[in-house]
Design a protein. Structure first.
Length: 94
């Protein structure tokens, strides 16, 4: 992952791996929609200091809802590892 100013380069091992996060910004639940159903999904929420503040594991699912209400107001990186695919996106909690 390369962060430069406000530009975030998203790296994925599979160019066909797409993820939608909504609503963004959020204050309660963050919905994650994967383009396919994956057997093993790991989600890491990382703060602006690089600390993993939350992790979640899911199996055989395509849509996920994460409770973000316990997190402080800030910008976070959401790292999603689904089977052999990996993608990182930015989300704002307000």
């Amino acid at each position: 992952m390369n962060i430069s100013g406000d530009i975030l380069r998203v790296q994925s091992q599979n160019q066909d791996f797409n993820v939608k996060l909504f609503p963004n910004p959020t204050k309660d639940n963050l919905n994650i929609k994967l383009d396919n159903r994956f057997q093993n999904i790991k989600i890491f929420i990382v703060d602006n200091l690089g600390r993993t503040v939350k992790t979640e594991n899911f199996k055989n699912i395509q849509s996920i809802s994460l409770d973000m209400s316990a997190l402080s107001k800030a910008t976070y990186l959401i790292k999603i590892v689904a089977d052999q695919n990996e993608i990182t996106k930015k989300v704002i909690v307000y």
